[in-house]
Design a protein around this ligand. Structure first.
Ligand code: ATP
Ligand code: MG
Length: 421
């Protein structure tokens, strides 16, 4: 037997219900906010991720699926969605479109070579949004509140937005200096990864999962004390808008995010469910005002986030949302002989094209077994076709809730069913 690759899983059965529910709820809400759908390739040139996500990030240094294709090109399965969207924005000159800013949403599989565990896979799904071209704090707040509302709408309580700012370049340089000075005497007590990060990208140390509970990190200086006036005012404005929008937020100066491209606002959406272990972050994002320019486009301020669908599936399962995501069938059509089945085939098609969810027997089961099958899939109305009645132009309809049975003229059957559901 051939088995699935490590860190992947098949989505079917009730998982499939959750998966579709999450994605469709997200796209519905994103459309209310007037974001447009974008789909970019699942593989891109490796250079794209090296230049955007960053050589020193965990994702690029340890987690990418890189390969050389048959034409000897270096390609990478995308580990996240932003890089591809930004590449597309530049390549398709979206900055020249009349409707600005460009507001996009996406959903699809991502690939990271991680150690698989609860809520952490090698193939997983993210949905996310990116707004390209707006620098106002109100835009940061809109983007964050969109994520917050989507999670809330799924019935997940206790969502907190942990928020921080990385400030502008000047604030960051000042902070970096202070942080390095503070960490230097302690560096041998941190994990080997952090000892490397100390040389390459010291801010990353604050994001370390291994060291996150150590006093060294807890007592580290906060960036909030190193912001220049402009960065501080900007951050205060974002928070003011979040308050207006009823978003529950918490300042957390240890949030720096794992990717290289962020500046100013950075945030994570977390919940306190024990089932998720160290995978309790549902979504994360921030502002990245330099990325478009770094990739060769015009200077364009951007902000966005991505949420993990797989973790949301775990939560919805835990919250037992199954019964609320209905997949009940509207009508079950019963037929046992050839003549009845011919009528059934046509009736089922007509009902389906009346936008009803309809099922019938294709296993040659007897009437009794068909009643049971209809019960199991919670069919609401049962249409019982019977040769004798059909010859008189009559069809029996049974309401499976009230158990009431009526005889209907075959010409009125569709109207009757539609008005009785
Ligand atoms: P973590 O700190 O949990 O490793 P991250 O900082 O690597 O997360 P992002 O790159 O910001 O995560 O991705 C945003 C969201 O995507 C995460 O909050 C999570 O919900 C989801 N996610 C990231 N990596 C995985 C994975 N390997 N398996 C499942 N979901 C993931
Ligand atoms: Mg990670």
């Amino acid at each position: 037997m051939i088995i699935k690759p490590k860190g992947t899983y098949d989505i079917y059965g009730s998982d499939a219900k959750y998966y579709n529910y999450i994605n469709s709820l997200f796209s519905t809400i994103a459309e209310y906010y007037n974001y447009k759908f974008i789909r970019t390739p699942i593989f891109e040139s490796s250079e794209l991720f090296h230049r955007t996500v960053g050589e020193t990030s965990d994702i690029v240094s340890k987690e990418t699926y890189d390969f050389v294709d048959r034409g000897e090109r270096n390609v990478t399965l995308r580990p996240e969605g932003t890089a591809g969207v930004v590449r597309s924005y530049i390549e398709n000159k979206m900055y020249g479109e009349v409707n600005q800013p460009i507001k996009l949403y996406y959903s699809g599989p991502m690939y990271r070579y991680e150690r698989p565990q609860a809520g952490r896979y090698r193939e997983f799904t993210q949905f996310g949004v990116e707004v390209l071209g707006s620098d106002l704090p109100i835009q940061d707040a809109e983007v964050i509140s969109l994520a917050y509302r989507v999670l809330e709408e799924m019935g997940i309580d206790n969502i907190t937005v942990k928020i921080n700012t990385l400030g502008d370049a000047e604030s960051r340089v000042n902070y970096r200096e202070a942080l390095v000075k503070y960490l230097e005497p302690h560096i041998n007590n941190l994990c080997p990864d952090c000892q490397n990060r100390f040389k390459t990208n010291p801010l990353r140390i604050l994001d370390c999962k291994a060291d996150k509970d150590s006093d060294i990190l807890k007592n580290a200086p906060s960036i909030l004390d190193y912001l220049n006036e402009e960065s501080k005012n900007r951050f205060d404005k974002v928070l003011e808008y979040l308050t207006i929008l009823d978003v529950d937020y918490e300042l957390d100066s240890n949030i720096v995010r794992g990717l290289d491209y962020y500046n100013h606002t950075v945030f994570e959406l977390v919940t306190d469910m024990p089932e998720l272990g160290n995978a309790s972050t549902l979504g994360a994002g921030g502002r990245y005002n330099n990325l478009v320019e770094n990739l060769g486009g015009p200077s364009t301020p951007c902000v966005g986030w991505a949420c993990g669908v797989d973790r949301l599936m775990i939560i919805l399962k835990e919250l037992n949302k199954d019964s609320e995501i209905t997949d009940n069938v509207d009508v079950y059509v019963m037929a046992v002989n050839d003549e009845e089945r011919l009528t059934a085939a046509r009736l089922v098609q007509d009902l389906r094209w009346s936008e009803l969810k309809v099922e019938y027997d294709t296993l040659d089961r007897g009437l009794k077994a068909q009643f049971k099958a209809a019960d199991r899939i919670n069919a609401r109305l049962l249409v019982i076709l019977n040769s004798e009645e059909l010859n008189k132009g009559i069809i029996t309809v049974k309401d499976n809730l009230t158990k009431e049975e009526v005889k209907i003229d075959e010409n009125e059957i569709i109207d009757y069913i539609i008005s009785n559901l």
